[in-house]
Design a protein around this ligand. Structure first.
Ligand code: NAD
Length: 496
């Protein structure tokens, strides 16, 4: 069985922490590795390495920094299959989905290759007589990234390409459930020529997270995970004077109007509801079927969902297992509760026969119809392959449900009415909106993030907000002495 260690100062680091946690292949139920859990001294070693590497990396020319980024991009592109296989082995998602995750991460690396343009300042000549003003953006120092299990490669890549491109150094704390992707990416940075100490990985749990939040050596924290932990991380990091962005959980609604193309809507609901076994923060978990769209839409969704092949992600399957046995059982209890509360079980994933000989953490696609907003299957983030259908009378009733939800990550409307779609994107209180697009994850050059309990902090991930998050601005006012120098003047400077 392999031991999964930390990565500090350009090499594997065993650390002195005495705890570890098992890493399991969710498709077989077999424990494949033991991940080290950092103690405080291990985290400090990583922060010290990041601090020591910072002055050299900050002062490296943009030409040098982008050369390393381009090399990282090339290596990642060539070897994406390797990374995808690692993801499938520890997360369980099917091969095509793991490759999709790598591709979306790669887009952000490509965006970060444009850092010379993104980080450019402004210059005004003669703001006052012979006085010039210019603005620059500078790196912050060592920054921490704390990531969730569901995208072990893409979510860290929402942050570290831009953080590194901008001249910061990084300590990544990945999920202890699927830690190997982080080490694979660390090794790739080394091959790309990144100086030792610029990218470090500490494996761990709350002990490691708390040290990253408290240690004054860390200047900014990017967190992604469940809402209660996001809120905790944001509050503790900012109380310690750090810059923080903490992306939390979600409950994403898809509003289907009666005039929508129901074939398109049904395809979208199935893809977005059951892709990655529903373990995506942008998964659709609720379909709001307006008026007469209901019965026909549910029939089309269930007809499609029945064709989904659940099984081992290394085989020709559509949907893999859930990440742990505990999580699988927790999701199943929501189905029990929904049925007990009066929802109609149209398709029951508890009975699934998976394409596998192993005792994996299987739960098939599940559709619950006539779900009420008071049921736990509606109110809670389930993070599994369970699609709830809520019947609503009108556009207004659907919008009111979405806007009263405590989460505001993603949403979608399906309609052929441009006026209704425009009204929706104007009125809905959610950070990412799809119009006939079910998973509206913005491209790298836009910023990703939700509203309300789906994001704590001001800055969304990547895009220009990402560049701003990982840099701070400075405005310089400059005058070079010449014979017009005017002598003493104690009044507040005014422009002349
Ligand atoms: P999680 O909150 O359990 O863990 C996230 C990170 O926090 C991990 O690195 C974990 O080790 C750490 N952590 C866990 N408990 C902690 C504690 N008590 N104190 C400090 N740190 C702790 O989330 P998860 O189960 O890994 O991921 C799924 C969740 O992430 C879902 O809620 C999902 O919606 C959310 N998510 C959100 C987005 C988004 O963009 N908003 C993206 C992906 C995932």
């Amino acid at each position: 069985m392999q031991t999964i260690a930390h990565w500090v100062d350009g090499k594997s680091f065993t650390g002195a922490g005495e705890s570890s946690a098992p890493v399991t292949n969710p498709a077989t139920g077999v424990v494949t590795g033991e991940v080290a859990l950092a103690n405080v001294a291990d985290v400090r070693a990583a922060i010290d390495a990041a601090a020591a590497a910072f002055p050299g990396w900050r002062d490296a020319s943009l030409a040098r920094r982008t050369q390393v980024l381009f090399r990282f991009r090339e290596l990642l592109n060539e070897r994406r299959q390797e990374l995808a296989r690692l993801i499938t082995a520890e997360h369980g998602k099917v091969g095509s989905d793991a490759l999709g995750e790598v591709a979306r991460g790669l887009e952000i690396v490509e965006f970060a290759c444009g850092i010379p343009h993104l980080i450019k300042g402004d210059y005004t000549e003669n703001a006052s007589t012979k006085v010039d003003i210019f603005s620059i953006r500078q790196a912050l120092g060592p920054v921490a990234i704390i990531s969730p299990f569901n995208f072990p490669a893409m979510v860290p890549m929402w942050f570290f390409p831009l953080a590194i491109a901008a001249g910061n150094t990084v300590v990544l704390k990945p999920s202890e459930k699927d830690p190997s992707a982080s080490l694979w990416m660390a090794e790739l940075w080394r091959e790309a020529g990144l100086p030792a100490g610029v990218f470090n990985v500490v494996q761990g749990d709350k002990v490691a997270v708390d040290e990253l939040l408290d240690n004054p050596g860390i200047k900014a924290v990017s967190f992604v995970g469940s809402t209660p932990i996001a809120k905790y991380v944001y509050q503790r990091a900012t109380a310690n004077g750090k810059r923080a962005q903490a992306l939390g959980g979600a409950k994403n609604h898809m509003l289907v109007l009666p005039d929508a193309d129901l074939e398109l809507a049904a395809d979208a609901a199935v893809n977005a509801g059951f892709g990655s076994a529903g373990e995506r923060c942008m998964a659709i978990s609720v379909v709001l079927a307006v008026g007469t769209a209901g019965d026909e839409l549910v029939a089309k969704i269930s007809e499609r969902a029945r064709t989904i092949k659940t099984g081992d992600g290394t085989r020709d399957t559509d949907m893999g297992p859930l990440v742990t046995r505990e999580h699988r059982d927790r999701v199943a209890t929501y189905i029990d509760a929904g049925a007990a509360a009066g929802a109609t079980v149209v398709l029951d994933g508890r009975d699934v026969t998976a394409d596998s000989e192993s005792d994996g953490f299987w739960l098939g696609p599940t559709i619950l119809d006539h779900v009420g907003p008071e049921m736990s299957v509606y109110t809670d983030e389930i993070f599994g392959p369970v699609l709830s259908i809520v019947r609503v009378e009108s556009y207004e009733a659907g919008l009111a449900l979405i806007n009263s939800n405590p989460y505001g990550n993603g949403t979608a409307i399906f309609t052929n009415d441009g006026g209704a779609a425009r009204r929706f994107h104007n009125e809905v209180e959610v950070g990412m909106v799809g119009i006939n697009v079910p998973i509206p994850v913005p491209m790298a050059y836009f910023s990703f993030g939700g509203w309300k309990n789906s994001l704590f902090g001001d800055a969304h991930a990547h895009g220009t907000e990402g560049v701003q998050f990982f840099t701070r601005g400075k405005a310089v006012t400059s005058r070079w002495l010449d014979p017009s120098h005017g002598g003493l003047e104690l009044g507040f400077p005014q422009n002349t």
